[in-house]
Ligand binder design. Structure first.
Ligand code: SAM
Ligand code: MG
Length: 229
């Protein structure tokens, strides 16, 4: 099975940055502990990435967030911390046991009234959200099954407003983006989505490589462009 390989000095540096600069609050720290106690895999974003998501939500003035991939609600809570009081967040998760732990964490973080966890395969949930004719989302965070990354990007463009921010997690995957044999299961979806980000007429994007407790990875940041007449 594919494994991320963080170097000890990357982990130590991240711990220093986290305590010196990032300052995760008690609820986000508790969310990590609850996930570990429930035996969930430690595949949430790193604390500095969680704080980046919160800052991006605030900098973009987002009111409506869509998240694809909840796990224990760690990134959900970080993004929720960036929302104004009237803001809302919909997060998609298909494993009931993950949703249950996430719900407890989100509620304990004081975000229970503003966050909705939608249980089921995300592609079904996204189609349902379209049918519900909700107001478009301002901020979309994609962090679920990598095979569906391109489909999630297409949905982000459909469900997001022009000007909305899209963040796509895990874009380097220990270099699998150059050498798909590193992880033949996930690499093709990651690579296809990067190509789509570069070519999509409604997306303007960049990609940042990162190292840290999650190994050598990265994320893409994109803006949804207005539809050309
Ligand atoms: C990487 S984790 C999410 C981490 C979370 N965003 C964070 O940083 O705290 C991916 C999650 O997506 C869920 N997932 C995977 N495939 C899915 C699908 N097709 N539909 C909905 N959820 C899915 C997994 O069960 C897992 O909980
Ligand atoms: Mg991720």
């Amino acid at each position: 099975m594919f494994e991320h390989k963080p170097r000890p000095e990357w982990i130590a540096t991240e711990e220093f940055l986290s305590s010196a600069v990032v300052h995760p609050d008690a609820a986000v720290q508790q969310a990590i502990r609850a996930a570990a106690e429930a035996g969930m895999p430690p595949i949430e974003v790193a604390p500095n990435a969680g704080k980046l998501l919160k800052l991006l939500v605030q900098l973009s003035g987002a009111h409506r967030i869509l998240e694809i991939g909840t796990l224990a609600g760690y990134s959900t809570i970080w993004m929720g911390r960036g929302l104004p009081r009237s803001g809302t967040l919909v997060t998609c998760e298909y494993l009931p046991q993950h949703a249950e732990v996430a719900w407890a964490n989100i509620d304990a973080a004081g975000l229970g009234e503003r966050v909705e966890i939608r249980l089921g395969p995300a592609l079904d949930t996204l189609a349902a959200l379209e049918e519900e004719e909700r107001e478009p989302f301002d901020f979309i965070f994609i962090d679920a099954d990598k095979q569906n990354n391109s489909r999630y990007l297409d949905w982000a463009v459909k469900l997001g407003r022009p000007g909305a921010v899209v963040v796509l997690d895990n874009t380097i995957w220990e270099g699998a983006v150059l050498d798909p044999d590193i992880d033949p299961v996930n690499a093709p979806g990651i690579i296809d989505a990067l190509k789509l980000l570069g070519d999509h007429p409604r997306l303007d994007a960049t990609v940042i490589q990162t190292v840290g407790s999650k190994g050598w990875d990265g994320f893409a940041l994109a803006r949804i462009l207005p539809q050309q007449q």
